[in-house]
Design a protein around this ligand. Structure first.
Ligand code: URA
Length: 242
């Protein structure tokens, strides 16, 4: 897919007249039932603006990415099943609520995906976290699995797969294949990412129709080096080393 400009629309509180809202680039819409894009709120757009800016310092990049990661995790959890759960309040009344059904775990694709682990821990106390290291094979230029360490009962868990930049989807595809080979049903996998490319999303949605993707933003496309554009550069470098 050739990069196509993303839509520009007025961003601001809904009660503001359109003409008074500043224009900003928002996510492309997606037409796949299993791909969910976060609501393009003023807050999300402001956070994304911070992390896309090449002048943003590493400390700010970490701080603002962590805020977006928290939004993604909170939305991701909405896709897990809940069951009825009535409780009695301190004033003796019943409140009919729900509670999560089933066990979860996180799986981060190293290194950038590890940046999303704390956001998951902040929402799910003592959550188990597995790791997968995938790198490009020098000879074949294809993604290759170098290391995996996953909870032994992963087949019985819902898996939140973590990788911030969903470009070609090569690493994520291999990671999903590893999870499926361990017995995790495709419909129990949720892939959380900050910025996705339209081609990555389309390829994934067709390859894994029962898996859900939760993304903060679908960008314009990829450049010749397979970086997402406009993107934010190399997420791992900006979070860990720059
Ligand atoms: N990984 C990144 O960190 N950035 C991109 O743009 C694509 C993949």
């Amino acid at each position: 897919l050739e990069p196509v400009p993303s839509p520009v629309q007025g961003v601001g509180p809904i009660y503001r007249p359109e003409a008074e809202k500043p224009a900003a680039t928002v996510s492309k819409a997606v037409s796949y039932d299993n791909v969910h894009v976060l609501p393009q709120t003023p807050q999300l757009i402001a956070l994304l603006t911070m992390i896309r800016d090449k002048k943003t310092t590493r400390a700010d990049f970490i701080f603002y990415s962590n805020r977006i990661i928290r939004l993604l995790v909170e939305e991701g959890l909405n896709h897990l099943p809940v069951i009825e759960h009535p409780v009695t309040t301190p004033v003796g009344r019943t409140y009919l609520g729900v509670k999560f059904q089933g066990k979860i775990c996180g799986v981060s694709i190293m290194r950038a995906g590890e940046a999303m682990e704390q956001g998951l821990r902040d929402c799910c106390r003592s959550v188990r976290i597995g790791k997968i290291l995938i790198q490009r094979d020098e000879e074949t230029c294809k993604p290759k699995l170098f290391y995996e360490k996953l909870p032994s009962d992963i087949a019985q868990r819902w898996v939140l797969l973590l990788d911030p930049m969903f470009a070609t989807g090569g690493s994520a595809t291999l990671a999903v294949e590893v999870l499926k080979a361990k017995g995790v049903p495709e419909e129990h996998i949720l892939f959380l990412n900050l910025i996705a490319s339209p081609s990555g999303v389309a390829d994934f949605a067709e390859r894994f129709p029962s898996l859900r993707v939760v993304s903060a933003f679908i960008d314009q496309g990829l450049d010749e080096k397979k970086y997402i554009i406009p993107g934010l550069g190399d997420f791992g470098d900006r979070y860990y080393t720059l």
